[in-house]
Design a protein around this ligand. Structure first.
Ligand code: HMG
Ligand code: MG
Length: 306
């Protein structure tokens, strides 16, 4: 159902994690730390900086501990988020002392869950229980991701009922926000409407975030559909970081600059400065070894002279 747009939106910057995990070139830890600091300077307050997963599965983020040590505690009002798949991941995240929020992740498709986390959906959720207890005991905030919510690279179409079942399980675990992921950028606003109609019948809009990849150029349109349905939390990556330029079909997240430009145009507050954000993206562009694809990042400043 369409309603007034939210007055303010929270942007979770996932470039250092989702973006860099997909870049073929390894980025030095010091460059990653400078990137995160530049994102903070641009006004981003929720930044997913890395993952505590198996280093052999995601070698790009194998320096998670080193990055945390290089960064130190976040400035006041900023929270560093990290992906944590299991108890081992939580132990590693807690040992750094700088992570304020952990994100557990599973999928709405069985095949995707198997390939991504080597477990069925139910098994992955069972693994989260001790993670949730440990995170809560340590005073950390908790996010849950539902991947492949608008299409699966192995199974194709994914029923909204499967998304709802996982959302309910993450809700029951106590995730404060649940991010619905269009992992392969297959969805259109029609899919956003279809999935949200089902999800918002069981969990309020305040607890839902949307996580779009921009493979088919639908991400900004999808955000607009989310806004119309009252969703006020979006994930994005600076410059549209991510995706492999040598692998057709792999694309990065919705570019944070594109999200900011859209929100500015709609008069929705978000707290991020477009110019310093562009500078943050520029700081990582050389390190990944190819041009970043974000449309607003690449375009001249507008209005002219800004
Ligand atoms: P597993 O192999 O099933 O784990 O991995 P296991 O419990 O059987 O352990 C096997 C070995 O791994 C053991 O070592 C463990 O200690 C080690 P050994 O005893 O053989 O020497 N191990 C670990 N080491 C370090 N940190 C850990 C850890 N866990 C086990 N946390 C696991 C299961 C999930 C860990 C693995 O499959 C994995 O790391 N997968 C990577 C998943 C990933 O990072 N995917 C990308 C992120 S998700 C995403 O991008 C989607 C999202 O953006 C939303 C969207 O777009 O939809 C979030
Ligand atoms: Mg993603």
């Amino acid at each position: 159902m369409s309603r007034a747009l939210p007055a303010r939106v929270r942007i979770t910057e996932v470039g250092p994690r989702d973006g860099l995990q997909n870049e073929p070139q390894r980025v030095p830890t010091a460059t990653k730390a400078a990137f995160v600091r530049a994102l903070v300077a641009a006004g981003l307050t929720e930044i997913e900086i890395t993952s505590f997963v198996r280093p052999d599965r995601v070698p790009q983020l194998a320096d998670a501990e080193e990055l945390c040590a290089a960064l130190g505690p976040p400035p006041a009002g900023v929270r560093y988020v990290a992906l944590v798949p299991n108890e081992r991941g939580l132990e590693r995240a807690l040992a750094t002392g700088v992570i304020g929020k952990v994100a557990v992740f599973t999928a709405a498709s069985e095949t995707f869950a198997q390939r991504n986390v080597n477990a069925s959906i139910d098994e992955s959720i069972a693994r989260f229980r001790p993670v949730v207890e440990g995170a809560r005991a340590a005073g950390l905030a908790l996010r849950g991701y539902v991947s492949a919510a608008m299409g699966c690279p192995y199974e194709g179409h994914v029923d909204a009922a499967h998304v709802v079942a996982v959302v309910e399980a993450l809700d029951a675990l106590g995730c404060e926000d649940i991010s619905i992921g269009d992992t392969i950028g297959a969805g259109t606003p029609g899919d956003v409407a279809r999935v949200l109609d089902a999800v918002l019948a069981v969990v309020p809009a305040e607890r839902i975030a949307l996580h779009f990849h921009d493979t088919r150029g639908m991400a900004v349109a999808n955000v607009l559909e989310g806004l119309r349905r009252g969703i006020a939390s979006y994930d994005a990556s600076a410059g549209g970081l991510g995706g492999c330029p040598y692998a057709p079909g792999a694309a990065g997240n919705l570019a944070t600059e594109d999200l900011v430009y859209l929100l500015d145009g709609l008069g929705v507050a978000h707290g991020v400065g477009l110019d310093p954000l562009r500078q943050a993206s520029a700081s990582i562009e050389n390190a990944v070894g190819h041009a970043l694809v974000g449309r607003v990042y690449r375009a001249p400043a507008w209005p002219l002279g800004e």
